[in-house]
Design a protein around this ligand. Sequence first.
Ligand code: PLP
Length: 244
Amino acid sequence: VAHDDAERLYAAAARLPNIEIRGIGCHIGSQLTDPAPFVEAAARIVALAARLEAAGIPIGHIDLGGGIGIRYRDETPQPIARFVAGALAALQGHRERLILDPGRSIVGNAGLLLTRVEYVKPGPARSFLVVDAAMNDLMRPALYDAWHAVNAVHEPSPGARPTTYDVVGPICESGDFLAKERPLVAGAGDLLAVMSAGAYGMSMSSNYNSRPRAAEVLVDGADAHLVRRREAVQDLFALDRILP
Ligand SMILES: Cc1ncc(COP(=O)(O)O)c(C=O)c1O
């Protein structure tokens, strides 16, 4: 709700017998690289909470949301400690519980999508690497044109000349791409790593186009653990029921 409406709505909610007011939350947007707007929002929310409490409406927690940016390409997000320090400074002298939702900043760059080139499709205007991952596995590029770095897993031999490729999935959709216009040395059978896929990757994935979801592997130093097995075709139909 608009900041200006909040006090009126809290006052109305406080009069409702079946509503218990627990706290206040905000989220000003995602991929913040600078803590200044986050800290400014914290100060405004804290001031609002103080006005509500002065009006007899208890605010148990203040949730400042998430949005702490990560580096996908060349962004330079400031360390999360600066966001937290700013929030704590805004809360100084207050007793409410502080909640933050820094999911992407914790896991975004901890994950990558590993995919194999199925074939190379050269063309006069553009060339394509058709890979075995698709928009159902990592939806961000198709959904909002997000940019993810794509690296060849095996270092190319010295002197190898890269070709500019669009990296696309095998689903017959014009939106089925993972990356566009990337200089890569890669051929059929090679592995590519689509970076920064730890947030909004698996959680946004789907079975669209009857594609079983990928396995998830947790890498801990030199050890690799399968933490979610690859889905099988049978899994796609496991919940379906045929009528008598
Ligand atoms: C309340 C709240 N917290 C956290 C997030 C996630 O933000 P991010 O993943 O960019 O940190 C959102 C996203 O819209 C949100 O609405």
